[in-house]
Design a protein around this ligand. Structure first.
Ligand code: WTA
Length: 660
């Protein structure tokens, strides 16, 4: 993470190109400010107009915002709609039936095109198939799928029949999957035999079997399997079905299930600072509205654009900016099955050139690793590829350091594409703070200003506004349509995590620190203020990893901290005390490897600690509290200069300096 002092001094400013401004949906700062002023003057009226203009309602709403049970806000609550209808049928009515909705490129480089008509038909057949299995409105369906047209169709099919989906990232382990199936009370899992990434075939169905075998999934009646590779799988009669059989003979039209605007569209699990992952629940109407508006405002989407968001559907970015947003605005988008480094690190650039992508949206981690790759091998340097189709670049998921921003701006955007550094979260449903490409002067490393209608502020612990220049905590002062509605099964945790009493109970606490520039008022995100790590743009709780470690029979105690990492932003460093004596040398290396694999099994490979250090104990205060701030310093390899007088056992600091 870039340190605040350097960011505060960042004074390079890049104005959006005049031509871009001229054609932009929100053109120029005055237009932006006028929209913000409108929202200030008549908040509900602002949102009501947009919701009427953008969504095709089955039954129009009469009430915009209901705050009577805050912080359980309701938006457009007496309106009725169907999200899939808005994403698909509307495009058939708008003359987009023959337009390409998805350009799908498989891991091995083959591409196929799917039109809006074809996608509509596929989704309807699948929706009818799900209904034939008895899946209905309000049921929860877990989706554990590779990046594929079928994965998107599965999400859309759930939306069509009013089932609430919960997509679980294909990199999560059987245990993580089982926990999510149980917490969501899912009646079905939609999966594939295998996924293909970087030339490797990786099991999915076998992991589903393992998850179910762990028990507790009695509510689960069906497993639907998309055949991706044709690998042999274990097939449980009566429970398992091939997707092709489920859709066979199904009609290619399906009357949508009209749901209330507040009907839960999806649950997506994400990490918090304590306990197990939380099921972030989103509503239908407000979420759809913001997916559409941010496609229009932040991405300035135009009918002829070829949009490419490189996220996975297992994360929120893949929900809003692959499965819903692009379809709801009738865009053509690229969907990619593979990884940026296969067959070589020029894959992204090659794909942009071949498919003539115009908008490219990726994570700083990918950018940083591709910078390294381009430095090491001129053959995969972006200058070898024709990237002239690009007109807009985006960044998401973690802070982008100014140097990576500059490289992206110069080498990928050729200094003619605005870069939108979009700050948002699983809980916010869509972008919150971001430059507008045809309006906002950009500063590398700053996500600049909130979107119109989004009332962000930097406050102190008691909720008082802080002056610009002073770092504090990031909050949102008014509810907005695409906000999290609750944590599935845990409304109390929802209130405590996001609307704490200390801030008055009505202000949304983002969990990030922020500072505003003294002159411009621009926001810079300074990183999480809780125990959440961001590794390669993936959110993980230190507690989750600690619990996984202590579940291993060898481990007595563990503490996990983040360490700044040049490529992944942060990396995971675990301090471990074993029940036996402290291992050293090869034995320590061996046990460290075992523990890493263990965490991979407990949570998923993304949670494996990069470093494991063993000690006879952890640094603790006399009252037994682990001193994490010292562990953070040790992880960085820096000298401890802080006061250690409250430390019970200073001698163990030396032991913990060494990584295994
Ligand atoms: C971080 C991803 C700085 C932040 C959409 C947030 C960012 C967490 C940015 C949410 C950005 C996301 N600049 N930090 N542009 N975007 N973050 O839920 O810490 O996976 O709280 O949503 O990522 O991660 P999540």
């Amino acid at each position: 993470m870039a340190d605040i002092e350097t960011l505060k001094q960042e004074n390079r400013i890049f104005n959006p190109p005049a031509e871009f401004v001229g054609n932009a949906t929100i053109s120029g700062m005055e237009a932006y400010q006028a929209m913000c002023a409108k929202a200030e003057q008549d908040y509900e009226g602002f949102w009501a107009t947009l919701a009427n203009e953008n969504i095709q309602w089955k039954k129009p709403f009469t009430k915009t915002l209901n705050e009577s049970n805050a912080p359980f806000y309701k938006w457009f609550e007496d309106g009725q709609l169907n999200v899939s209808y808005n994403c698909l049928d509307r495009n058939l009515q708008n003359g987009n039936a023959g337009k390409t909705a998805v350009i799908f490129e498989s891991d091995d480089g083959k591409s196929t095109r799917v039109t809006y008509q074809e996608l509509h038909d596929k989704v309807c057949q699948f929706a009818n198939g799900l209904k034939s299995l008895g899946i209905k409105r309000g049921d929860r369906v877990v989706i554990y799928m590779p990046m594929s047209v079928e994965g998107i169709a599965a999400m859309q099919a759930c939306a069509r029949i009013g089932a609430t989906h919960s997509v679980v990232f294909g990199g999560f382990s059987a245990k993580s999957l089982q926990e999510r199936i149980i917490d969501a009370g899912a009646v079905a899992v939609i999966t594939a035999d295998e996924q293909v990434r970087g030339g490797k075939q990786l099991p999915l169905k076998a992991i589903v079997d393992e998850a179910i075998a762990m028990g507790g999934c009695e509510h689960l009646k069906n497993v639907v399997i998309y055949q991706r590779t044709g690998a042999n799988i274990n097939f449980v009669e009566g429970r398992d079905r091939w997707m092709k059989d489920v859709v066979a003979n199904q009609a290619s039209t399906c009357e949508p299930e009209w749901v209330d605007a507040e009907h839960p569209l999806f649950i997506l699990y994400t990490s918090g600072s304590t306990g197990k992952p939380k099921g972030v629940q989103h509503a239908s109407g407000g979420y759809l509205l913001w997916a559409m508006l941010t496609m229009k405002w932040t991405f300035d989407i135009k009918p002829e654009d070829v949009f490419w968001c490189t996220a996975d559907i297992g994360w929120v970015t893949g929900h809003t900016y692959i499965a819903y947003g692009p379809l709801a605005v009738g865009a053509t988008q690229i969907v990619f099955e593979g990884v940026p480094t296969y067959p070589n690190a020029g894959r992204f650039w090659d794909m942009i050139a071949r498919h003539k992508a115009t908008i490219f949206y990726t994570a700083p981690t990918a950018i940083r690793s591709l910078i390294k790759a381009a430095d090491a091998d001129a053959a995969v340097h972006p200058k070898q590829y024709d990237l002239s189709s690009l007109r807009l670049l985006g960044s998401v998921g973690e802070p982008i350091n100014p140097e990576a921003w500059m490289w992206y701006y110069r080498n990928i955007g050729n200094e003619k594409c605005p870069v939108v550094d979009t700050f948002w979260q699983t809980e916010t449903g869509g972008h919150m703070i971001t430059p507008l490409p045809g309006a906002t002067p950009m500063v590398p490393g700053s996500c600049t200003l909130p979107l119109p209608g989004i009332m962000t502020a930097v406050v102190d612990e008691t909720g008082n506004d802080l002056p610009n220049g002073q770092g504090g905590i990031l909050v949102v002062k008014r509810p907005w349509p695409s906000m999290i509605r609750t944590i599935w099964n845990d409304p109390e945790r929802f209130k405590k995590s996001y609307f704490p009493e200390e801030l008055g109970g009505k202000i949304y606490l983002a969990g990030d620190g922020a500072v505003r520039n003294e002159t411009t008022g621009y926001f810079t995100i300074t990183g999480r203020i809780d125990d959440v790590l961001n590794v390669s743009g993936h959110r993980m709780g230190t507690m989750e990893i600690e619990s996984a470690l202590v579940a291993n029979p060898l481990v007595a105690e563990a503490a996990v901290v983040g360490k700044p990492d040049e490529t992944t932003g942060e990396s995971i460093c675990a301090f471990v005390v074993l029940k036996r004596s402290r291992p050293t040398g090869d034995e320590a290396k061996q046990i460290a490897k075992e523990l890493r694999d263990w965490v991979g099994k407990e949570i998923g490979p993304i949670a494996k600690p990069k470093e494991i250090r063993f000690g006879d104990n952890l640094p603790k205060t006399r009252s037994g509290k682990i001193m994490r701030r010292l562990l953070r310093v040790l992880a960085k390899g820096e000298q401890i200069t802080q006061d250690v007088s409250t430390l019970e056992n200073p001698a163990i600091l030396d032991q913990l300096k060494q990584a295994q």
